[in-house]
Write a protein that binds this ligand. Structure first.
Ligand SMILES: C[S@@+](CC[C@H](N)C(=O)[O-])C[C@H]1O[C@@H](n2cnc3c(N)ncnc32)[C@H](O)[C@@H]1O
Length: 237
C-alpha cells in the first residue's frame, strides 16, 4: 500500500476511517489512567486522538511509515510517536493494544496476532477494527487483482483471533456505503489516502475494471462504494 506517500493529505480524505475510529473508540474503557497502551498502524492519529483523551498512563502511537509518524506527531503530540512494523514481534510492557483499519493488510494475520498476544500480559486486551469481505466489493468483483491480499470474512477473522490464542470478548460488524460521482471518482478517493496496492494494475486492466464496475453499480446518479467493518475486543487469558 502507499499510505506514506499520502500522509499529508490523509486526514482531508479519510472520511470512512475517521468514522471507524469514532465507532471503534466506543469500546475503549472510559478511565485508562492506570493503563499503558500501544497503538499500531496509527497513521496520522485519527484513533490516537480518541485514545489521548482517555488519560492513559503511557500512550505510544506507531506506524510503519516515517511520513505518517511525522504527521501523527504534529497532529497528536500528546502521544509518544515511533516508527514500528506491526507485523513483527512487539515489545512487552503494554496493557492494551489498538489497531484501527490496519490488520486487513496483513498477509498472515494469525502470525501477527500471535505476536500481539505474546506481547500482552494475562488479562491484557487488544481492540481492533478491520475491513472485511464485502468492502469495496464494487471494485473487487470487477477485478480479481484489486486487493493485494484476500478480504477475509467475519467468521474467518474470528477463527484467526482464536487461532492466535485470544478470547473474543465481543465483536460487531457495520456497513457503510459512500456515494461518489462515478467509479473513477471512487477510485480517486482511495488513491487520495494511499489505499492502493503497490503493484499497480495495467492501464488496460484498470479501464476494464472501471467500465465493469460502472456498468454493474453506477446508476446514473452516482456510484456506491461499500465498506464493511468488524470491530473486536480480544483478551489474553
Ligand atoms: C488505513 S491507514 C489507518 C490509519 C489510522 N489507524 C486510522 O484509523 O486513520 C493504515 C495505516 O497502517 C500503516 N501500516 C501499513 N502496514 C503497516 C505495518 N506493517 N506496520 C505498521 N503500520 C502499517 C500505514 O502506513 C497506514 O498509516
Amino acid at each position: 500500500m502507499r499510505f506514506g506517500e499520502h500522509a499529508q493529505q490523509y486526514r482531508t480524505h479519510a472520511h470512512v476511517q475517521r468514522e471507524i475510529a469514532a465507532w471503534c473508540g466506543e469500546w475503549v474503557e472510559p478511565d485508562c489512567r492506570q493503563l499503558s497502551a500501544l497503538e499500531l498502524g496509527a497513521g496520522t492519529g485519527l484513533f490516537t486522538e480518541i485514545l489521548a483523551a482517555k488519560g492513559f498512563q503511557q500512550l505510544t502511537a506507531t506506524d510503519l511509515s516515517e511520513q505518517m509518524v511525522a504527521e501523527g506527531n504534529r497532529c497528536v503530540p500528546a502521544a509518544r510517536w515511533e516508527q514500528r512494523d506491526a507485523w513483527a514481534p512487539l515489545p512487552e510492557g503494554y496493557d492494551r493494544l489498538y489497531a484501527c483499519s490496519l490488520l486487513q493488510w496483513a498477509v498472515d494475520p494469525e502470525r501477527v496476532l500471535t505476536h500481539w498476544r505474546r506481547a500482552l500480559p494475562s488479562g491484557g486486551r487488544a481492540l481492533v477494527a478491520i475491513f472485511v469481505q464485502g468492502s469495496l466489493q464494487e471494485f473487487a468483483t470487477a477485478s480479481g487483482r484489486f486487493f493485494p491480499v484476500p478480504m477475509r470474512s467475519e467468521a474467518e477473522w474470528l477463527a484467526c483471533f482464536r487461532g492466535a490464542g485470544f478470547e473474543v470478548l465481543r465483536h460487531e460488524v457495520c456497513q457503510r456505503v459512500q456515494q461518489h460521482e462515478s467509479a473513477i471518482a471512487a477510485l480517486r478517493s482511495l488513491h487520495n489516502i494511499g489505499a492502493v496496492a503497490n503493484r499497480k494494475l495495467s492501464t488496460a486492466e484498470l479501464r476494464t475494471m472501471l467500465t465493469g464496475a460502472e456498468q454493474a453499480h453506477g446508476n446514473g446518479e452516482g456510484f456506491p462504494l461499500t465498506w464493511v467493518t468488524l470491530k473486536a475486543e480480544l483478551v489474553v487469558n
